[in-house]
Design a protein around this ligand. Structure first.
Ligand code: KIV
Length: 417
C-alpha cells in the first residue's frame, strides 16, 4: 500500500445555496450538535456547543447544523450564539460556514429556527416530514396528499420569512415509496427548497440500494438539476459510511455526518471515515470527488467531541481510534518498521496525530524482536545480540500474563531497571 493522503487540500468552490460550482466538490454538513446530541447521554452545555462549532469551522465544515431551536430554550440559545459568532467569523481562506437549524414542518418550529439562525451570514432552515407509509400512518396519521401539502406549504413559508437556503428532508426515505418521493421532492423544489436530503432514518438500506435510490431520484425528480442532493445515513446495520459514499458516487453533493459517528441508536456516518475515504480513494476509484475538510484537524475535533459528550471512542474505531492508524501489533510490526512510514494507507500526520501518538507499534504478546528493539531504541537503549534475546524472552513471559500495552510498558521499565 502507498501513502496517498499527503495530497494538497484543494480550494473550496464558491457557495451558492442551490448551485454546484464544481461538479466534483462534496459539501460536508456536520450534525454533531443536532443529531449527534440526540445520542443518549450526550447532552452538551451551550458553551461546549459553541466551542465545538468553532472547531467544526476550523475543520472546514461547509454547513454546521447547530441544533433544533424549538426543542428547548438552551438549544435555541446555543443555535443563536453559534449563528452570531461562528456564522460571522471569516477564516484565513475567506470561508464562513452556513449555520443551519432543524424544524419540523410546522410554522412554530420554522419561526423558532429562523429567529435563531437569521443572525448568521449564511443561514439555513432544515425542515423535514415522514414520507414512508409507516411514518405517515403511525407517526403522523396523515395521508400522502396531506403530507405533500404540509411539506410544500412549509418550504414556501420558510422562504417567505426571508431565508434563501432551505433544506427539505423526506424522513425515512430509505423505506418510502419511490414514486411518492419523486412527487414530493419535485413539489418542494417548486416551493423553493435548495437542498434535498435523502434520509435513511433507521439505517435500513445497503450500499447498492442506497446508491440506486439517489440515482433514481436524480433521474426521475422534476427540477432536480437545480438543487443539491444530500445524504443522511444512520448506522443501524453498520452501513452508514458505505451508503454515504455510494450516495455521493450516484450524484449527492452534500453528505450529512457527525464527528466520531455519534447519533441516535448506532449513530450516523462518521465525518472522519467519509472524508478520509474520499481523500484516500477519491482520485482513483471514487469519481474524483473531494471535500474542503482540513484533515489535519480531525483528531483535535474527535477528542473534543469525545470529552464533551462523554461518548468514548472505541480503540479500533476507523481513523480516530487509538489503535487505528499509528499502531500495529503482532506479526506485521517488522514490515511496518522496515517500510518507514509507507506501509499504512494514511500518514498519521494527515489526520493531526503528533509525534507522541506516533509511537508506531503497540507492544504485546504477538510482538516480535524488532518491535521490541525499536521501542527500546526510542527509549534510549541500544540492545542487541544475546542481551536482546534475554530481554525478549523475559518480555514475552510478562506479556503472556498481561493484557494491555501499558502493562507491557511497565514490564519494559522493570526489565530496563
Ligand atoms: O434521521 C433523520 O431522518 C433525521 C432527519 C431530520 C434528517 O435526522
Amino acid at each position: 500500500a502507498t501513502i496517498i493522503c499527503s495530497l494538497q487540500r484543494r480550494p473550496r468552490p464558491e457557495y451558492v445555496p442551490n448551485h454546484i460550482s464544481d461538479p466534483l466538490y462534496v459539501r460536508v454538513f456536520d450534525t454533531t450538535l443536532r443529531d449527534g446530541e440526540q445520542s443518549p447521554g450526550a447532552t452538551m452545555t451551550v458553551e461546549q456547543k459553541l466551542k465545538i462549532a468553532h472547531q467544526l469551522a476550523n475543520l472546514g465544515v461547509d454547513i454546521i447544523e447547530a441544533g433544533f431551536p424549538v426543542s428547548s430554550n438552551k438549544d435555541r440559545q446555543a443555535v443563536q450564539l453559534i449563528a452570531e459568532e461562528v456564522g460571522n467569523t471569516v477564516d484565513e481562506d475567506g470561508h464562513v460556514p452556513v449555520i443551519c437549524a432543524l424544524a419540523r414542518c410546522s410554522k412554530n418550529d420554522i419561526d423558532a429556527a429562523w429567529e435563531a439562525v437569521k443572525h448568521a451570514r449564511k443561514p439555513r432552515i432544515h425542515t423535514f416530514i415522514g414520507t414512508s407509509n409507516i411514518h405517515m400512518a403511525y407517526k403522523l396519521n396523515m395521508t400522502k396528499g396531506e403530507v405533500l401539502e404540509k411539506a410544500t406549504s412549509m418550504v414556501r413559508y420558510a422562504r417567505a420569512l426571508g431565508c434563501n437556503d432551505v433544506e427539505f428532508s423526506p424522513e425515512d426515505a430509505g423505506r418510502a415509496d419511490k414514486e411518492f418521493l419523486y412527487q414530493i421532492l419535485g413539489e418542494v423544489i417548486k416551493a423553493g427548497a435548495t437542498t434535498l436530503n435523502i434520509a435513511d432514518t433507521v439505517g435500513y438500506t445497503v450500499p447498492r440500494e442506497f446508491g440506486k435510490l439517489i440515482a433514481d431520484i436524480k433521474s426521475n425528480t422534476p427540477g432536480i438539476d437545480n438543487v443539491i442532493i444530500s445524504t443522511h445515513c444512520q448506522n443501524d446495520l453498520g452501513q452508514a459510511t458505505a451508503n454515504t459514499i455510494e450516495g455521493a458516487c450516484a450524484g449527492a453533493r452534500q453528505i450529512e455526518v457527525t464527528i466520531n459517528g455519534i447519533g441516535e441508536r448506532a449513530g450516523n456516518a462518521a465525518l472522519e471515515e467519509v472524508v478520509m475515504t474520499l481523500k484516500c480513494r477519491g482520485e482513483d476509484v471514487l469519481e474524483g470527488l473531494y471535500t474542503g475538510i482540513n484533515t489535519q484537524r480531525i483528531v483535535m475535533a474527535s477528542k473534543m467531541v469525545e470529552e464533551y459528550t462523554g461518548l468514548y471512542v472505541q480503540p479500533h474505531k476507523a481513523i480516530v481510534g487509538d489503535n487505528a492508524i499509528a499502531r500495529q501489533t503482532g506479526v506485521r510490526q517488522d514490515v511496518m518498521i522496515n517500510c518507514k512510514g509507507r506501509y499504512q494507507i494514511i500518514d498519521p500526520k494527515d489526520i493531526g496525530l503528533t509525534r507522541d501518538h506516533e509511537a508506531g507499534v503497540a507492544l504485546g504478546k504477538l510482538s516480535g524482536r524488532s518491535a521490541l528493539k525499536e521501542r527500546l531504541h526510542q527509549l534510549g537503549y541500544m540492545i542487541k545480540g544475546e542481551e536482546l534475546d534475554d530481554v525478549f524472552m523475559r518480555f514475552k513471559a510478562v506479556c503472556e500474563h498481561k493484557k494491555r500495552e501499558g502493562d507491557a510498558y511497565c514490564m519494559l521499565r522493570k526489565v530496563k531497571a
